[in-house]
Design a binder for this molecule. Structure first.
Ligand code: G4P
Length: 503
């Protein structure tokens, strides 16, 4: 590929994490407007998505307006090519949301400046922070009354345990928003039509003085390793502070980085060898065909349509001919992609979450993606006892594929499904019916706190009405506690028992 290295250096691949309603969609739209991909706000969500959903689309997708095309958005700005990976929230939250965070090089965290750090932001941040990748914070909605910026920054540091470095600072908010002060250029960017409030400006300047005396030092290395987050303020809706944010983001956000293999080799993105891993599988958009799309993050080498690769887990050779690319509009016909890009490979059942594919002879295997501690559980049975065979086949395949997690009760072999979001149960049910022709029934057992227990310490007497002892699909014992209270009660009663939140 011509200019491969140049293309690669220009890539910036990120996801936006936020609590529902903080403004992720609105910010995404503003970024796309900056990239010239859309010309009008309001096109990403709502009308646009509904119009797209023809009768061919999977029913759940239709209802929720999830589509493959908005899973990865690409645009150009300032000589960079930017990939935004969608991380669905609300009811669409699922393990895919978490797994997508394994495929990005940096993260933008959008926080509602009137609300501060909310639960879903915290959860997503925790997943990201384990990877040690850069996090950029955007405090949104300062065109409305916001909390004091000092408070917000304090809370960010104390709740998330990351250091914060304000790049700019809001002077007032809501009706009295004067603007944002650029702390590098030492310059106020005024909010349009702001009425002058000298006392608000003075207060803002006092805060800035305080920050300059007592705040954190800017440290690029700390940003690159996710220990320090550059903080921006703005209003996505009013398109205020977005350009400034985007410019600075592009200065500090990393290009695609090398990835370590299971045998401790580093695969450099510049390598001639194409490698990538599957981080998400989206099934069956069209009920008449059973195709699925495996989302592959390219780690190294140029991708060219039609190239031959090996699927590491099975050794099977595949030709990557039927591939969706998520290109900026005007380049839709381009046949190539580079590290940092995502390709959607049509799949007839070869892929599993976490699979590595590679070109050439030398085998490469990236580590498995982590599994995430489920919070919701349902017992599951087949409605028709005559269909046990398809039922077991379906469960086995869907679990392997990463659609949902499987547990069994300790003594009886009852099937219990675990998930991080309710959507996973709906998708599971839909696919069991449509792909395996088995109607299933759920018996909700509600939300639980799962803890893995050291197998040598398991004693059935520990089970009570407030917890449930189950085994995961590798036969490891897990306690499902009614709630945190029940967990703490257990810890008090059995102080020597080792419990792990994750396996
Ligand atoms: P999400 O994707 O994070 O869930 O949030 P989304 O962008 O959909 O924004 C949630 C609501 O907050 C929307 O209003 C949106 O217009 C509003 N909003 C986003 N950014 C800002 C901002 O900077 N300032 C103000 N004042 N509001 C903002 P809505 O009425 O719920 O939705 P809609 O009917 O306008 O789409």
């Amino acid at each position: 590929m011509e200019n491969f290295e140049q293309e690669l250096k220009n890539r910036r691949t990120f996801a936006i994490i936020s609590h529902p309603d903080a403004g992720k969609t609105t910010l995404t739209e503003q970024l796309l407007l900056h990239g010239g991909v859309i010309r009008e706000a309001g096109t990403v969500k709502g009308r646009g998505a509904k119009k797209l959903a023809s009768s061919d689309w999977m029913a759940i997708e239709q209802q929720r307006g999830i589509s493959v095309t908005s899973s990865v958005l690409q645009f150009d700005y300032d000589g960079k090519r930017i990939n935004i990976l969608d991380t669905p929230g609300h009811e669409d939250f699922s393990e895919d949301t978490y797994r997508t965070l394994m495929a990005v090089d940096s993260v933008v965290m959008v926080v509602d400046a009137a609300k501060g750090i909310e639960p879903q932001t915290k959860k997503l941040f925790e997943i990201v922070s384990q990877r040690g990748i850069p996090v950029f914070t955007f405090f949104n909605k300062i065109d409305r009354d916001a909390r004091s910026p000092l408070d917000l920054v304090d809370e960010l540091e104390s709740i998330l345990g990351i250091q914060a470095y304000p790049m700019n600072w809001p002077i007032g908010s809501g009706q009295i928003l004067q603007g944002i002060y650029d702390l590098q250029k030492k310059d106020l960017i005024p909010f349009k039509n702001a009425a002058d409030h000298p006392e608000v400006r003075q207060e803002g300047m006092d805060e800035i003085e305080l920050l300059e005396d007592a705040g954190n030092q800017f440290d690029e290395e700390a940003v690159a390793t996710g220990k320090l987050t550059p903080v921006f303020f703005g209003s996505a809706l009013a398109n205020f502070g977005v350009t400034e944010f985007l410019r600075e983001y592009l200065v500090y956000a990393p290009m695609p980085m090398p990835v370590e293999t299971v045998d401790d080799r580093e695969i450099e993105p510049e390598s001639d060898q194409f490698t990538g891993f599957v981080f998400k599988i989206q099934a069956n958009m069209d009920p008449r065909h059973r195709d699925r799309i495996a989302f592959v993050r390219i780690v190294s080498g140029p991708f060219e349509r039609g190239m031959d690769v090996t699927l590491e887990r099975t050794g099977k050779k595949l030709r990557l001919a039927n591939v969706t690319q998520f290109m900026a509009e005007e380049r839709e016909n381009v046949q190539g992609a580079v590290p940092g890009d995502i390709i959607g490979v049509y799949d007839t059942g070869n892929f599993q979450i976490g699979d590595t594919i590679f070109s050439g002879k030398k085998a490469v295997r990236f580590p498995d993606l982590p599994t995430f501690t489920p919070e919701f559980f349902n017992k599951v049975i087949a409605k028709d006892v005559m269909k046990q065979k398809s039922y077991h086949k379906g469960i086995t395949q869907l679990v392997q594929e990463g659609t949902i997690q499987l547990y069994k009760s300790w003594n009886s072999n009852e099937y219990i499904l675990g998930a991080v979001g309710q959507l996973q149960f709906e998708v599971f049910k839909f696919r069991m019916e449509n792909e395996y022709n088995v109607e299933i029934q759920f018996e909700p057992i509600g939300s639980k706190v799962a803890r893995w227990i050291n197998p040598d310490q398991v004693n059935e007497k520990m089970a009570s009405s407030r917890n449930l002892l189950v085994r995961d699909r590798y036969d490891r014992p897990v306690f499902l506690f009614e709630n945190n209270f029940a967990l703490n009660w257990f810890k008090d009663k059995y102080p020597d028992v080792e419990l792990e939140a994750k396996m």
